[in-house]
Design a protein around this ligand. Structure first.
Ligand SMILES: [Zn+2]
Length: 304
């Protein structure tokens, strides 16, 4: 519904009107949200098939409508191609283990550290870190395009405008822990790490009403203490990343310099003073790579 209120000047009234009409059509059929707890879509309309077949056709219908909305939004925001639709989220989340070579002895049931989610489908996950840049255009763009992402927030960077991330949360984005002060955790004592991780858990919970289940250590730096501490204050998993997106390029962890099913993509809340472009520039660039390679962006929290 934010779409209807939405006012972008450069592509004129026609695009806005089409977008508004499509959104109203989608809302009218109960299909505007891609909520994962709505597996059957809207109740079957009179004359539609009931039961599993009906639910499936309602779902297909819902995806089609969402794609029509996304195609208009992609034009409006200057994307080279319409982002692909993610498959239906799994009924059961995959079992995730720590990546080989990333193990440290964090004790029993320490949260897994991984860069790729074990899935077969051509999906990737978008994660945005830190919180320095607070560009309202990013919120509108991602809502318009219905591209899911997850935010990993550092307190000292978001504290100048906590409200921006509240708006993000209100648009369906999950907010996760990226410590209080963005320090190299491996260089810190147990008590200092505990302060960085667990006090940020508490801050985020107080401010945004939810204790984050996911934690990403700054610079991907962690040790045994990190895992023990993270687990002790409610962290379930530690997603790192397989590729990093910038407005002018991708950087790859894997030698084949390519995407793989389930890869986690890292990027940052940054603007012109930190890199060559705006947040929308960065999104255009990463979505070109993702879509050209035949991948869809899925919601990390549906899988982890
Ligand atoms: Zn960071």
């Amino acid at each position: 519904m934010q779409l209807v209120r939405q006012n972008e000047n450069k592509h004129g009234n026609w695009g806005r009107m089409v977008l508004a009409v499509l959104m109203v059509a989608a809302i009218g059929s109960g299909c505007a949200s891609e909520s994962s707890d709505d597996p059957g879509g809207s109740p079957a309309a009179p004359g539609r098939q009931a039961g599993p077949a009906g639910a499936l056709s309602a779902y297909v219908e819902k995806v089609k409508r969402a794609q029509a909305v996304r195609a208009v939004a992609a034009k409006k925001w200057g994307l080279a191609k319409t982002p692909l639709a993610a498959p239906r989220p799994p009924a059961v989340k995959p079992k995730i283990a720590t990546r080989k070579g990333f193990e440290v002895d964090g004790g029993e049931s320490s949260p897994p550290v991984f860069t790729t989610v074990p899935v077969k489908e051509k999906i990737v996950f978008l994660t945005i870190d830190d919180g320095a840049e607070k560009d309202p255009a990013l919120l509108r763009m991602m809502s318009d395009l219905q591209i899911p992402y997850s935010a990993f927030l550092t307190d000292y960077l978001i504290s100048s405008n906590y409200g921006y991330f509240k708006q993000m949360q209100d648009r369906g984005v999950s907010l996760h822990n990226h410590t209080l002060n963005h320090r190299y955790l491996r260089g810190l004592s147990y008590a200092q790490q505990k302060h960085e991780i667990c006090d940020q858990q508490t801050k985020l919970e107080k401010r945004y009403g939810k204790r984050p289940p996911l934690f990403r250590p700054p610079y991907g730096s962690y040790n045994e203490d990190t895992l023990r501490i993270a687990r002790s204050c409610g962290i379930k998993a530690i997603p790192l990343w397989a590729a990093e997106a910038f407005p002018d390029r991708m950087e790859w962890r894997e030698r084949d310099r390519d995407l793989h099913p389930g890869d986690i993509i890292l990027t940052h809340f940054r603007g012109h003073k930190d890199w060559k472009g705006s947040m929308p520039d960065m999104i255009r660039r990463v979505m070109k790579t993702v879509t050209d390679k035949g991948y869809a962006v899925a919601k990390l929290e549906d899988y982890v």
